[in-house]
Structure formats: C-alpha cells, structure tokens
Design a protein around this ligand. Structure first.
Ligand SMILES: Cc1cc2nc3c(=O)[nH]c(=O)nc-3n(C[C@H](O)[C@H](O)[C@H](O)COP(=O)(O)OP(=O)(O)OC[C@H]3O[C@@H](n4cnc5c(N)ncnc54)[C@H](O)[C@@H]3O)c2cc1C
Length: 338
C-alpha cells in the first residue's frame, strides 16, 4: 500500500486540475483495502473521502481536504469458459481500454464499441459507461465490492440498478461500497452493433466486420471528434442528455422543428445536450479559462490553468441559458468534488 500526504492530483484527473489531496492511499489487494478500512487512519477520514479511478469523470473544485483512495488491483482471470461465452473477472484498477484490447485480441465480443473510453474497470460499473449503442451493463454479470466496514458483497447486475449513465453506486449506495472486481460476460460469436453514426460505413470499408475492425473504427471516430485530455483538459461529455416527457417535446418541436430526439419509451424522449448547448450559443465560447469545445459542444475544456470553480460557473451559465430558452434542465454527468 502506498500512502502520501499533500499529494498532487494533477496526474489523476483528465481536467488537468492542479489540486492536492490531504491524503492519498493506493492499495494493491482486497486484503490491503480491508485492513486499511479497519485502521485508525481511515477512521480519521471516514467523514471526508473519495475513491477515484483515473479521474476522467471528476471535477475538483479545489484542493481536497480529505482522503483520496485508489485501487491498484489489476488482475484479470477467466472465471467461466463455455462454448458460447467467457466470464472474465477483472480488478477495478485495470485500465478500461486495455481490457477492451484484451477482449478484442482474444476474439471475445461485447465491449468493442466501448473502445478508447478513458478510465478504469471499477468506474465502468459505477458510471455504466456507454458509446455507439452499447452500455457496459449489457455485459456486466456481477460486481464485487467491499463496504466501509470491510465486509464483501456481490451485486448481481439487477441489484446494480443500471440506467442511462447511472447505477445504484451513484444513488442510494453512493460512497458506501468500494468496487474491487467486475465480472463481465463476453460472447464467442459477435453480434455487431453498427447502427450509430458512420460506424457501419467505416467498418464495412475494411471488408467483413470483425471485432478489431470495430475497435479501430470506434477509436478513429473518437480521435477525430473528442479533444485529447492530455493536450486539452476535459472529462468527455460534461452533461447527460436530458430525458423529457414526450408531450413537452411535441410542444417544443412546434417552435423548434429541427430539435432532434431519441425515443426512450412511450412517454419520454432524450434530447441531445450538445444540440441545446450549441443552440443557446455556447459552442466555442469561453468564460475565463474554461470553455466549450469548438467542435464538440458537449465537452467543456480547461484552456490552461482553469480552476474547477471556473468550469462549474461555465456549466451553471450554460444550464441556466438552456432552461431559460427551452425549459429543459441539463444535469452534469461529471462528478463535482468539493
Ligand atoms: C475524452 C473523454 C471521453 C469520454 N467518453 C466517454 C464515453 O464515450 N462514454 C462514457 O460513458 N463516458 C465517457 N467518458 C467519461 C469517463 O471516461 C467515464 O465516466 C469513466 O468510467 C470514468 O472512469 P475513471 O476510472 O476515470 O473514474 P473516475 O472519474 O475517477 O470516477 C468516476 C466515479 O466512479 C467512482 N469510482 C471510481 N472507482 C471506483 C471504485 N473502485 N469503487 C467505487 N467507486 C469508484 C468515483 O468515486 C466517481 O464517482 C469520457 C471521458 C473523457 C475524458
């Protein structure tokens, strides 16, 4: 276990916030984690702590006066192998995209559309990451976690209550469990999902679809659209796409005929937050050192030296403008850490 005081988090958040944690602890095993949770050190910090992954969905308002925990559990093992599928049990600290590369390299299907999403395995199960028509809950079998008293618990997929970028770990169990391993079900014969954007055209340009062709195409599309956090600090999509009642959408559509929507069920539709941001005039605009990306309105960026508070102010202004014009509330997907 490694433990540091007054520790720089600059390398641990993709927004490139130059902030410090009062205490940073990284553990290497479930055993080490349990021992730490029972220690006086943890007791002293129980009231203010956060568990992070790669910090690609976090926005620190400033220095963090509590404890930051991080998992270095990075094992990967086959938990079950049948003719149709493999269950893979993966440590929470495993880099998500390395896991996707492993699956594609072993001809295991299910996560190829989720290529190149920053972050680690543990957070994938918290955030229910999604892209190109696939959500990680489609392949999650179970989640292994430890409560703050050091007791293990296994959550079935149903118990995780997955929804759009949502899970029980973001709601009633927020901050109450630490995920140590995730078990994924990968299929041996792929069912390709190529219906999003120009994915099909790109994949088929290479010939018959393969897992590696999908991975390559998804990575290329993402590279062309999203700013690289190493060059321009950001946390991907800043807001979730708002879900509104179909009736409200029908009224808005009479006034804004080009407003896009995606049906959720018979009574609700999803409206792209990027469209709303662009149409209230924020695309490419800055507020101090925080800005809205000029190619991707859903991405807020740190132009250099911005503080978390500046980014939060920008997000607040955008959200108020959208509400004033459309009566729709956009909510940050990014976790604010105060
Ligand atoms: C350029 C860019 C593109 C992105 N594109 C996408 C995308 O296409 N789709 C998408 O869904 N997301 C996307 N994201 C967001 C981000 O990649 C995901 O939310 C990712 O899952 C965050 O992983 P992380 O390890 O960085 O978690 P962090 O940001 O460090 O943490 C996220 C949350 O998970 C919790 N957490 C982390 N680890 C654990 C653990 N072991 N136990 C309990 N709780 C834990 C944290 O407390 C926090 O609440 C993008 C981000 C960037 C920067």
């Amino acid at each position: 276990m490694q433990q540091y005081t007054n520790y720089s988090l600059l390398q641990h958040n993709t927004f490139q916030m130059d902030v410090r944690a009062a205490l940073y602890v990284e553990y290497n095993s479930v055993d080490e984690l349990c021992k730490f949770l029972l220690s006086q050190e943890f007791e002293n910090h129980r009231n203010k702590f956060i568990h992070i992954g790669a910090g690609s969905n976090l926005l620190f308002a400033g220095d963090y006066s509590g404890l930051v925990l991080h998992s270095a559990i990075r094992d990967l093992a086959v938990a079950e192998d049948t003719r149709e599928h493999q269950l893979l049990r993966v440590g929470a600290g495993y880099v998500w995209d390395d896991f996707v590369a492993y699956c594609v390299g072993h001809e295991l299907a299910g996560v190829e559309n989720l290529s190149a999403i920053p972050g680690e395995v543990g957070a994938s199960a918290v955030q229910n990451i999604g892209a190109y028509g696939v959500e990680v809950c489609d392949v999650i079998e179970r989640v292994e976690a430890i409560d703050l008293q050091g007791n293990p618990r296994i959550f079935t997929k149903e118990e995780c209550q997955y929804g759009y970028r949502d899970s029980i770990f973001k709601k009633e169990l927020r901050g109450q469990y630490i995920i140590t391993h995730v078990v994924y079900r990968l299929m041996k014969s792929p069912t390709f999902k190529l219906g999003y954007g120009d994915l099909r055209a790109r994949v088929e340009a290479e010939g018959e679809p393969t897992l590696s062709a999908v991975r390559k195409a998804v990575t290329a599309i993402r590279d062309s659209k999203l700013p690289d956090p190493k060059k321009l600090g950001n946390a991907g999509s800043f807001f979730t796409n708002p879900v509104i009642p179909s009736e409200q959408y029908e009224v808005l559509k009479t006034q804004y005929p080009d407003m896009p929507s995606y049906p959720i069920d018979d009574t609700r539709v999803k409206v792209p937050a990027g469209w709303l941001i662009e149409h209230v005039g924020w695309k490419g605009r800055a507020l101090g050192r925080a800005a809205v990306h000029d190619r991707q309105a859903l991405v807020l960026v740190n132009k250099g030296g911005a503080t978390g508070k500046e980014v939060m102010q920008l997000a607040h202004r955008i959200s108020e403008d959208i509400y004033a014009q459309y009566g729709i509330r956009v909510v940050p997907e990014v976790n604010y850490i105060q």
